[in-house]
Design a protein around this ligand. Structure first.
Ligand code: F6R
Length: 245
């Protein structure tokens, strides 16, 4: 596991953008696995800046996202498709038909999940998967559990996640209660993995996930078994690492 130390959030974003840029420059038809959340926003802004200054070309790139809320349309501003369009895709020259986010409007969960797996397979697999890290060690929507979940599947959101999301919706009934997410096996099959973490609130889980025991109770800990993982973190997120890490 390669730990890259960044000073702060913008340094983390630039260093992560360097890794994604190198991937796209060296393999212009790369398949990028992408994440939503607050951590990658600065990285996506940096990729847009590099595209605008002609340093990056996404015309041959494909992307697959980790997850999507079940029941939300692409136009819903809380959907992950909407996030990806507004934070990245609408501002770069990636082909719209080459961007894959699980279909939140597909009511048949098994079909939505198998289609996402099929899209990844048809692309020849993921070259570089970007991940954020949940405070409880989740990756995608793979929450702490007795076993590692395997491929793309439908998850019931915990009551605390539903409660936390409620403020973004007009009424309680509109808050999604389920999501489609890549599974641990899907994530582990990516050729390379890039994890980005920032802020003091992530310090405990970063130490636990990457230097503690591998257990499904800390889903990200499985990444210790992957042969090509890079973690880019700011000083605060790396403040509880063992010496010399
Ligand atoms: C996002 C995702 C989540 C987030 C994680 C961290 O697609 O799958 O696992 O990466 O919850 O979120 P932030 O970046 O908001 O701290």
């Amino acid at each position: 596991m390669n730990m890259i130390h960044a000073k702060d959030y913008s340094d983390m974003s630039r260093k992560a953008a360097n890794i994604i840029s190198a991937q796209v420059i060296l393999k212009p038809n790369s398949v990028l696995g992408l994440a939503t959340g607050s951590t990658p926003e600065g990285l996506y802004a940096e990729l847009i800046r590099r595209y605008q200054s002609n340093d990056l070309d996404f015309s041959l790139v494909s992307s697959v996202n980790l997850d999507e809320y079940r029941g939300l349309s692409p136009e819903n501003d809380q959907s992950y498709r909407y996030f990806m369009q507004t934070k990245l895709f609408d501002h770069i020259n990636i082909r719209p038909e080459a961007t894959f986010v699980p279909d939140g409007l597909e009511p048949d969960a098994a079909r939505a999940c198998s289609r996402h797996e099929e899209a990844i397979r048809n692309l020849g697999g993921i070259d570089l998967q970007l991940l954020g890290l949940g405070n409880n060690g989740h990756i995608g929507f793979n929450e702490p559990a007795p076993v590692f979940e395997k491929e793309t599947h439908c998850v019931d959101l915990t009551q605390s996640t539903i409660d936390a999301n409620a403020r973004f919706f007009a009424s309680r009934e509109d808050v999604p209660t389920q999501a489609y997410t890549m599974g641990i096996r899907t994530i582990m099959r990516a050729k390379k993995i890039l994890v980005i973490v920032n802020g003091e609130q992530k310090a405990d889980i970063v130490a636990k996930a990457f230097f503690g025991p591998v257990t499904p109770e800390v889903p990200a800990s499985i990444l210790q078994m992957h042969p090509d993982v890079t973690v880019v973190g700011d000083e605060a997120a790396f403040s509880k690492l063992p010496a010399n890490a």
